[in-house]
Ligand binder design. Structure first.
Ligand code: C2E
Ligand code: MG
Ligand code: MG
Ligand code: MG
Length: 278
C-alpha cells in the first residue's frame, strides 16, 4: 500500500515536472520570435510622493501578449530569458523603449527600469544603458535602474564595479524587493543606493501584522538615517498608505494610485506632438 502511494505520488510529481519543462520549452521557442513580432511591450505604473500623492515617476513593466496563449506574466518568461541568454536582447529592448517613451513626455518625471542580475553577466551593460540614453536624448538623471540584492550576492563577480559604472553615468539606482531574500544590511554600506523599495509582502500585512509593521519601521528608519528614499510597493488601500506615511516612507506605488497601463494612457502623452507616419 505504502509502495503504491509512493509510486502514485512520484508519477504525479514527475508529470508536473514534465509539464513545466514542456511549458518552458514552448516559452523559449516563442520568446525568440516575440521581439521581432512586436509581442513584447511596456506598461507604466505611477510612483507617487507619499506627502501629497503627486506622481513623481513611473516604473516600466514588461508585458508579453502571446498570439495564442494571451498574456504571459514576466514572472514566467523572465526566468526563461535569463537561463537562455535572451535577457540581453530583451533588456536592451526594454531600456530603449522606456527611455524613448520618457523622452517624449511633457513632464520631467523619472522612469524606472528593472535590470535582471543576468544582465550583469555582460560587461557591456553600462554601454547598453548609455546607448539607450543617447538614442533617446533622455537625461541620465531621469532614469532609475531597479536591481535586486542578488546582483551583490556574488562577491567574486565584478557586479559592484558594473553598478558603479551605471551610477557614474548619472542614473539613479534603486534596490528592489527589499526585505525578502537575505536583505543583508552590508549591501547598504557596500553601495550607495538612491532608493530602497520595500517589498509588497510587508505592505500587504502592514495593517494586520505587528511583525510586518516592525520590518517596515526598521527599513524606513534605516533609510532615513542613511538619507535614502523609500518606495512602498503594492499599496492597495488608504489604510496602508496612511500607515506608510506615518512611518515616513517617502514614495508609494500600487493599485491604489494606478495599475500599470499602456503608454498612450499616460497623462504625460496628452500634449505630446502627433507623430505623422511617413
Ligand atoms: P517588481 O519589479 O517588483 O514589480 C512590481 C510588481 O508588482 C509588478 O508585477 C506590478 O504589476 C505589481 N504590482 C504593482 N502594484 C501592485 C499592487 O498594488 N498589488 C499587487 N498585487 N501587485 C502590484 P509584474 O508587472 O507582474 O512584474 C513582476 C516582476 O517581473 C517585477 O517585479 C520584476 O521583477 C519583473 N519584471 C517586470 N518587467 C521587467 C523588465 O522589464 N525586466 C526585468 N528584468 N524584470 C521585469
Ligand atoms: Mg521593480
Ligand atoms: Mg519590486
Ligand atoms: Mg516585488
Amino acid at each position: 500500500e505504502a509502495k503504491r502511494t509512493g509510486r502514485g505520488r512520484h508519477a504525479r510529481f514527475h508529470g508536473a515536472l514534465e509539464a513545466s519543462a514542456r511549458y518552458r520549452r514552448l516559452i523559449e521557442t516563442d520568446l525568440r520570435e516575440a521581439i521581432a513580432r512586436r509581442e513584447l511591450f511596456l506598461h507604466y505604473q505611477p510612483i507617487v510622493r507619499a506627502e501629497d500623492g503627486a506622481t513623481v515617476g513611473y516604473e516600466a513593466l514588461l508585458r508579453w501578449h502571446h498570439p495564442v496563449r494571451g498574456p504571459i506574466s514576466p514572472l514566467d518568461f523572465i526566468p526563461v530569458a535569463e537561463e537562455t541568454g535572451m535577457i540581453d536582447e530583451i533588456g536592451t529592448f526594454v531600456l530603449h523603449e522606456a527611455c524613448r517613451e520618457a523622452s517624449r513626455w511633457t513632464s520631467d518625471r523619472t522612469i524606472a527600469v528593472n535590470l535582471s542580475p543576468a544582465q550583469f553577466r555582460s560587461s557591456a551593460l553600462a554601454a547598453q544603458v548609455a546607448a539607450a540614453l543617447a538614442a533617446s536624448g533622455l537625461p541620465a538623471g531621469r532614469l532609475e535602474l531597479e536591481i535586486t540584492e542578488s546582483v551583490l550576492l556574488d562577491a567574486s563577480s565584478n557586479n559592484l564595479a558594473l553598478l558603479r559604472q551605471l551610477k557614474q553615468l548619472g542614473t539613479r539606482i534603486a534596490l528592489d524587493d527589499f526585505g525578502t531574500g537575505y536583505s543583508s544590511l552590508s549591501y547598504l554600506c557596500t553601495f550607495r543606493f538612491d532608493k530602497i523599495k520595500i517589498d509588497r509582502s510587508f505592505i500587504r500585512e502592514i495593517c494586520d501584522s505587528r511583525e510586518a509593521l516592525a520590518v517596515v519601521q526598521a527599513i524606513t528608519g534605516l533609510s532615513r538615517s542613511l538619507g535614502i528614499a523609500t518606495t512602498a510597493e503594492g499599496v492597495e488601500s488608504a489604510e496602508q498608505a496612511a500607515c506608510l506615511r506615518r512611518e515616513g516612507c517617502t514614495q508609494l506605488q500600487g493599485y491604489l494610485y494606478g495599475r500599470p497601463v499602456p503608454a498612450d494612457a499616460l497623462p504625460e502623452r496628452a500634449g505630446a506632438p502627433i507623430r505623422l507616419e511617413a
